[in-house]
Each structure stands twice: as structure tokens, then as C-alpha cells.
Write a protein of this length. Structure first.
Length: 151
């Protein structure tokens, strides 16, 4: 099995380990295909060991950073999933800049009820400010212009 075939098989299995190719004969088409498929680097044999080590270290650093980012997003998703359907509606309206009075009108409830839901949203998502709440919504893709407040 060739390196690119192994890369493809790992990808099909959902294994996303960083890959640094080391080959005896690189051709442009194979190199481009491997990089487009997610390879971190494509080196030709006789490469100095320092260059190989640097490539591996860069690949591992990028992999670790991506893993940490995925973990953080998973944590945010888990927190948002703890919201009740009504809290979720309030959350989505808050992060779109609606004030309590507007939210109450839109949801057919009182400002006092919205304030209570808002407090629960902040507690469950574990934030202390509106800015943090908006940041989380943004990172989760909830503020995309093509999404509606109720989706």
C-alpha cells in the first residue's frame, strides 16, 4: 500500500493523525494530492534530520492545537445542550442583540421571566458577561447571517 493510499484509508476510518510524508521519489501530482488530503508536509529522503524533526514537531503542534479547539467547542456545545427549549430561544435572541423587553414581546412573556431565563442561560453556559456569551455563539456558528433566531 502506498503512503497516499494509507492516508486515504485512515481518513475514511475517521483517523485524523498528522501525516508527514517521507518519500524517495516525489512527483508534483502526488505531493499536491497528499497536501490537499491533509498531509502536514511532504519531504524527500535524504532530508536533514533537523528538517524532519521540525516538520514532525510542527505537525504535532498543529494537531494538538486543533484537538484543543475541538475539545473547547465540544464543551461549549455540551453547555448549550443543557438549556431548556425556552432558554435556548432566549439565548439565541440575547446573542443577536435583543434586549429583555424585545425578547419578552417576541416570546409572549414578561420581562421578569426573560430575566430569569437569561440568568439560567448565563449559569448553564458558565459565563459572566454578554461578550462571553456572544463569543461562544459565534464560535459555534450560531450567528451566521443565514440562520434565523428560531433555528
Amino acid at each position: 500500500m502506498s503512503g497516499p493510499e494509507l492516508q486515504s484509508q485512515l481518513s475514511d476510518l475517521g483517523i485524523n493523525l498528522p501525516i508527514v510524508f517521507l518519500t524517495g521519489h516525489a512527483d508534483t501530482a502526488t505531493t499536491v494530492r497528499a497536501i490537499k488530503a491533509g498531509a502536514e508536509d511532504f519531504l524527500t529522503k535524504s532530508v536533514p534530520s533537523e528538517q524532519l524533526i521540525d516538520a514532525i514537531e510542527r505537525a504535532m503542534a498543529r494537531h494538538d492545537a486543533a484537538r484543543m479547539q475541538r475539545n473547547k467547542l465540544d464543551s461549549f456545545r455540551a453547555r448549550v445542550a443543557k438549556l431548556t427549549p425556552r432558554e435556548r430561544q432566549v439565548f439565541e435572541l440575547i446573542v443577536r442583540g435583543k434586549i429583555n423587553k424585545q425578547i419578552a414581546y417576541e416570546l409572549g412573556t414578561t420581562e421578569r421571566t426573560v430575566k430569569a431565563h437569561r440568568h439560567q442561560v448565563m449559569e448553564k453556559i458558565q459565563v459572566h458577561s454578554l461578550a462571553e456569551l456572544v463569543s461562544i455563539a459565534e464560535r459555534l456558528g450560531m450567528l451566521d447571517s443565514n440562520r434565523s433566531a428560531g433555528s
